[in-house]
Design a protein around this ligand. Structure first.
Ligand code: SF4
Length: 557
């Protein structure tokens, strides 16, 4: 099994750990891990130091677009033809079956499709073991395409790109064509309930969260922030019941006393209170990377104070009150300032604030409001810091907004404020230049404050991420070219006659067929379009109520 990034990053991925544990449950086969080697290191399995060509079934777990290139690098370095069409019909270590899953693939598998024999679309628990058993049974005797056909017919969530042909009309993708007996779209598989919440399987001193036992509170998110892919592709939002969460936490070994909870955004205050009390009574410190500014109950703050946690992030995301309505964040300035004050009172010394630029409708006025927001936060937290003899640092992280598939903003061009008509586009240099200008306004604005630090991503790099997020199969050639010749993405795209404009800088409309339309999340495109339009009117949408609601098409379908 490959995680296409370093050991440190891979071992911090709960999804990767979960799949690794599921694959090793069966006594008849063994799963070993590969990570992107450090410069000069060989590509060998962690467990037994074997080469990649010793494994006839290769599973890849991919979460982020920036790891796509690493997949091509790892397969090439491991002596395996990266393109699936170059691998022989007979499956062997040198000609393995490459199976790929992970959140990036159920958002949009297209740019990776030419490298992959089989995508497993969805959450692993309900189908990974069954599909793997099938493949293990069949691979020695069967031929590649027959096995892929068989598994696709038998199990939901199986997408074999070789069995589906993208059809273009006038340069526009219009459909994926497949044999009649195959499903025309690939239904995402999801876990509807669990008796034990997913949790860390292995803690390693070399991992990013080395002494932190991660446990899920649920999956998905009910808030419907219009930019956030996780809030849509993990629908319906599910909150595990308290017993399942406690059962998950109870699996930690006795010497682990720091528990990280995932999914804090969704949990309601009463549940967080129960968990806070449980963790406090079990002598556990609590940790989380980010939490909703409107979810800070007294018992949570109390546990936080006892947990010795020094750094917490809050995510206004939109720079202004109006933009937070555009993105449906559901947080107002008062919530954010009050949360900062309460967190610092509870002992936090470093407050991270996440902001995005390049959101639909954004103007310089919105950016100025972000600067004023930080000023208001400082007015509240600096006196607390002075009293205890140490001011709280504010770390502002500014990211360029990337329009992601399956979100209402999937119709929106990268880095452009206004909606563009279908097919109209903005020039790359112009858009990147404007984003840099916005970054500079914010950086200059924050510079006047002491103890405020800024980090940000590079608009040009994020643009390539947006291209990959929205891309089709043609981008596989770009990735191959980049690995083969070590050239930057812009040069590789030019060589292949492709442009960032066609993928990420143009307008789309409700009727468009996208590379990711092959996946079926049960979300109606008309719903996403309505939400997109509502964003432009800065209108709020209510959080999911899965008992009643039928709005997007996922529940009660
Ligand atoms: S149908 Fe309603 S409650 Fe269910 S996921 Fe869609 S918006 Fe949320």
């Amino acid at each position: 099994m490959i995680y296409p990034n370093s050991y440190r990053v891979g071992m911090s991925s709960l999804g990767f750990q979960l799949v690794y544990a599921l694959l090793n449950k069966n006594d008849t086969y063994v799963c070993e891990r590969f990570f992107l080697p450090e410069k000069g290191d060989s590509l060998l399995s962690v467990e037994s130091g074997r080469e990649l060509t010793q494994f006839p079934l290769i599973f890849i777990s991919v979460s982020f677009e920036h790891d796509y290139l690493h997949i091509v690098e790892i397969l090439s370095q491991g002596g395996i033809s990266p393109l699936a069409k170059d691998r022989e019909d007979r499956i062997s270590g040198r000609m393995p079956l490459v199976i790929c899953g992970g959140v990036a693939t159920f958002m949009n598998p297209a740019p990776l499709a030419p490298f992959v024999d089989l995508f497993l679309i969805g959450e692993a628990e309900p189908f990974l073991e069954k599909v793997t058993d099938y493949l293990v049974r069949e691979f020695k005797e069967g031929k590649r395409l027959e096995i892929l056909h068989g598994v696709s017919m038998q199990y939901e969530g199986c997408y074999a790109p070789a069995l589906y042909t993208p059809v273009y009309n006038d340069g526009h993708l219009t459909e994926h064509r497949a044999a009649r007996e195959l499903p025309s779209r690939i239904k995402k598989v999801f876990l509807d309930r669990c008796s034990k919440a997913a949790h860390s399987q292995l803690l390693s001193p070399l991992a990013e969260f080395s002494d932190l036992f991660l446990t899920e509170l649920g999956r998905g998110c009910s808030r419907g922030c219009r930019f956030c892919a996780a809030g849509f592709i993990y629908r319906p939002p599910r909150l595990w019941d308290g017993d399942a969460v406690v059962a998950g936490i109870a699996e930690r070994s006795g010497d682990i006393s720091r528990v990280g909870l995932l999914g804090m955004e969704m949990a309601d205050t009463a549940e967080l209170d129960i968990l806070s009390v449980y963790l406090g009574e079990s002598g556990c410190a609590l940790s989380f990377s980010s939490l909703r500014a409107d979810r800070l109950s007294p018992s949570l703050l109390d546990l936080l104070a006892k947990s010795n946690l020094k750094s917490v992030a809050i995510a206004p995301d939109g720079c202004s009150e109006r933009l937070r309505l555009v993105i449906n964040k559901g947080l107002d300035e008062r919530d954010i300032v009050r949360a900062a004050e309460r967190l610092v009172t509870a002992g936090i010394y470093k407050l991270k604030i996440y902001l995005m630029i390049g959101l639909p409708t954004e103007t310089e006025e919105d950016l100025n409001e972000a600067i004023q927001l930080v000023e208001k936060i400082k007015e509240k937290i600096d006196p607390i810091g002075r009293l205890r003899g140490r001011l709280c640092e504010i770390m502002i992280s500014i990211n360029c907004f990337t329009p992601k598939p399956w979100t209402p903003f999937q119709f929106h061009p990268f880095g452009v404020s206004e909606q563009l008509p279908r097919g109209e586009y903005r020039n790359r240099e112009e858009v990147v230049g404007e984003l840099k200008k916005r970054l500079n306004i914010l950086k200059k604005g924050f510079r006047i404050y002491s103890n405020v630090h800024v980090n940000h991503d590079k608009p040009d790099n994020v643009l390539f991420q947006a291209v990959l997020a929205r891309g089709d199969r043609k981008l596989a050639d770009v990735l191959l070219e980049m690995v083969k010749y070590g050239i930057p993405w812009k040069q590789a795209m030019k060589r292949k006659g492709l442009t960032a404009e066609q993928y990420a800088l143009c307008g789309f409309d409700e009727s468009d067929y996208f590379p990711w339309s092959i996946i079926d999340h049960s979300i109606k495109q008309s719903y996403l379009w309505r939400e997109y339009k509502k964003g432009f009117e800065a209108k709020k949408s209510e959080p999911c109520d899965t008992l009643e609601c039928r709005k997007c098409g996922v529940c009660h379908g």
